[in-house]
Write a protein that binds this ligand. Sequence first.
Ligand SMILES: [Ca+2]
Length: 207
Amino acid sequence: MRKLILAAALATPFFASAATNLVTNGSFEAFTGGSFSGFTTVSAGQTTLTGWTVGGASVDVINGNYGAISGNSIDMLGTPGPGSLSQSLNTIAGQTYTLTFDLGANTGSDNSVTGGNLISKQLNVSLSNGTAATYYGNSTKATESISFTANSALTQLTFTSAASGYSGAVLDNVAVAAVPEPETYAMLLAGLGLIGAAVKRRKAKQA
Ligand SMILES: [Ca+2]
């Protein structure tokens, strides 16, 4: 029985870490700037988007219009952009994480093309460990995914838009979760093995 408890204690943190989203308010539903219709602007330095630091010029919180994805979403070009959103995440150095987010676009105006890309819909993603990627939002919403390995106890996550203008990439449902390592699965299996052995012994005693 003692081994059973030990096995459960070993396995529990790994189950928990696999499911935990490290991002605060990744859905942007926690907004303290009051009610609004369609969109409202959050300027650099304002703290109305719980958990997020707004930089650049501004971003817009959009809802029910302008390409909003689910409830409140962010148009990365505010009124006007460019805008940025950043947040510090509590990470473990050496641990691998997956960042996922939903990407769309406010397709109204600002459709200037640079180098074949709709520059106004550009979304740059960067992490303080050096990982960076560039995306272009469009009306076909997509869930994007980036894998990164933290190199510090704090990892800064930053989204930036690249142009001025009013109708940019649309962001929602930002999540960062630890990826269970192969060793974790091995420990998990070892834990299950202990449980199995304990059950077997108990059955043998009863017989
Ligand atoms: Ca949302």
